[in-house]
Write a protein that binds this ligand. Structure first.
Ligand SMILES: [Zn+2]
Length: 73
């Protein structure tokens, strides 16, 4: 991969980030905190990485369990 290609790939990640967040939000639309009725939230940090945010530990636990179940499947 040439340097120009790498730069292009980096730009693509930034551009599709909103779509990734939308996909994550719809993917976890069924996941709801039993205490607060909140869904998991996803944001993009300054490095372009996706950051998960939860209203409390209960929702985080549910989210983590879903993730581990997906890896087993
Ligand atoms: Zn909560």
């Amino acid at each position: 991969m040439s340097q120009a290609d790498e730069n292009q790939a980096g730009r693509e990640v930034t551009e599709v980030a909103p779509q990734i967040l939308q996909d994550l939000h719809s993917k976890y639309a069924d996941v709801m905190c039993p205490v607060h009725g909140e869904h998991p939230r996803f944001e993009v940090d300054e490095k372009g990485g996706v950051v998960e945010s939860f209203c409390c530990d209960a929702l985080m636990q549910i989210f983590r369990e879903l993730g581990s179940r997906e890896r087993e499947a």
